[in-house]
Design a protein around this ligand. Structure first.
Ligand code: URA
Length: 468
């Protein structure tokens, strides 16, 4: 950092205040300002310094402005692998870590970095549980243009995602899978850090994203985790390189903490499946669990389930695990497991047997192709935003979600279209919202003269390194 005049001028000479002096594990004093300076100057922090920051902030002993400064230094200079693992561990242990030792089966989960039409969690939890694993899934709500697992589950009338930890255990004991939202006890440091990141321009750091996601997932008390890191126009990571970097960080962090890990970099350049919107996506989940559904969704579910079963020791190879996953669907076991979980979490199982009982929008509007050709691209983020505008997600944190609305895609990238043919249908309850969503969807579909080169569904697999 030589030659940086203002940094040199400020270095040293600031007396500690009572609030920013802490005790390191070895008994030596740590000051927040020194930890900030150290990261500002791109040095590696010790475990004790990271613990000091996380503990001090969670207890209200270090103010927002100092943590904000540290977050920006971390964003600009990055964190080492050891720092990332230490930050994850400190945030993980800021709250309750579930002890699921009472369950003899392997505990395995899947986490996706978020996408449009990504409803795989609803298929995977019951599918992996039907294969003998325990799946203690703690999920989130929609974020920005991406959908959230909790919002989708709540489209099933009566489904309760706010179980106490003791009820969560009971459901796991009864059927091997349970799906809930984050409780106040899980990784409270992450909630505090995340809110500050949101308003200080520091969300985008892959190191901070890694610690945030992994601290929450590892609090589930799992043995293994399959990461689905999305890439493309509908993902937070727009390029394969960024996605692979984040995936590598998360795999290594989990591995350092003794977990079995793998990450799949998967395509989110167009929505997954044909339905976007909460109840519409539950319908598509049921199609997949009945052995049908759109090919891309079915294929990705089988691939991710195979990795879960493999990490959980239910199959020696991915090919064998994929075959097992297919059989669990064909035999109806996965669907029965889903039904069981829905019943245990208070949901209307009648809607599982008869999806017409799921919430339905009052109106529909077809969007037609302006010309003949091929679908060259679908701007995926716009589809997610159109769904939010229809009311399927939140524009403001306090907004309520309309479970019935969304978009049904009739054409996907590569499909041939003729002028006037329907590209998609908006399902809506408000004319004003439908007007805005229509404009966005019309812009989203790019019609080309020729079909684009196909993109693979799974771009890359980032395995754990040999030592685990
Ligand atoms: N999701 C999270 O939980 N944390 C992040 O930092 C980003 C996405």
């Amino acid at each position: 950092m030589e030659g940086n005049a203002h940094r040199g001028a400020l270095a040293g000479g600031i007396p500690p205040t009572v609030s920013d002096v802490g005790e390191a594990s070895g008994g030596s004093a740590i000051r927040a300002v020194d930890v900030i300076r150290k990261k500002r100057d791109a040095h590696e922090l010790s475990r004790a310094e990271i613990d000091y920051l996380v503990r001090g902030y969670t207890r209200g002993q270090i103010p927002d402005y100092q943590i904000s400064a540290w977050l920006m230094a971390a964003l600009l200079n990055g964190l080492s692998r050891a720092e990332t693992a230490n930050l994850t561990d400190a945030m993980l242990h800021s709250g309750e870590v579930l002890d699921l030792a009472e369950f003899p089966a392997a505990k395995v989960d899947k986490h996706s970095t978020g996408g449009v039409g990504d409803k795989t969690s609803l298929v995977l939890a019951p599918l992996a549980a039907a294969g003998g694993l325990v799946v203690p899934m703690i999920s989130g709500r929609g974020l920005g243009h991406t959908g959230g697992t909790l919002d989708k589950l709540e489209a099933i009338p009566g489904f309760d995602v706010n179980l106490s930890v003791s009820r969560f255990r009971e459901v796991l004991r009864a059927c091997g899978c349970a799906m809930i939202g984050q409780t106040a006890e899980i990784a409270p440091a992450d909630r505090l850090f995340y809110s500050l990141r949101d308003v200080t321009g520091t969300v985008e750091s892959p190191y901070l994203i890694c610690a945030s996601i992994m601290s929450k997932k590892l609090a589930e008390g799992i043995d293994g985790l399959v990461l689905d890191v999305k890439t493309g126009s509908g993902a937070f990571m727009k390029t394969d390189e960024d996605a692979a970097f984040l995936a590598g960080l998360m795999v290594e962090t989990g591995q350092r903490m003794g977990k079995k890990m793998v990450a799949l970099i998967t395509d989110m350049d167009q929505p997954l499946g044909l339905r976007v919107g909460n109840a519409l996506e539950v319908e598509e989940v049921l199609e997949v669990l009945r052995g049908g559904g759109p090919e891309d969704l079915r294929e990705l579910c089988l691939e991710l389930a195979a990795w879960m079963l493999h990490l959980g020791g239910r199959a020696a190879t991915i090919a064998e695990a994929k075959k097992l996953a297919g059989e669990l669907i064909q035999s109806g076991k996965a669907l029965r497991k889903f039904r069981e979980m829905v019943a245990l979490q208070g949901g209307d199982t009648g809607a599982i047997d008869d999806p017409t009982r799921l919430p339905r929008a009052k109106h529909s509007l077809e969007i037609r192709s302006p010309r003949s050709g091929y679908v060259g691209a679908i701007r995926c983020e716009d589809v997610g935003t159109a769904c939010v505008i229809l009311g399927g997600g939140r524009e403001k944190k306090e907004d309520s979600v309309d479970p019935a609305v969304g978009i049904i895609l009739h054409k996907k990238v590569h499909d041939r279209v003729v002028a006037g043919e329907a590209l998609c249908t908006l399902m809506y309850n408000s004319e004003a919202r439908a007007g805005r969503a229509k404009t966005l969807m019309e812009q989203s579909y790019q019609i080309a003269d020729s079909a684009p080169a196909p993109r693979k569904l799974v771009h890359r697999i980032i395995p754990a390194t040999q030592k685990s």
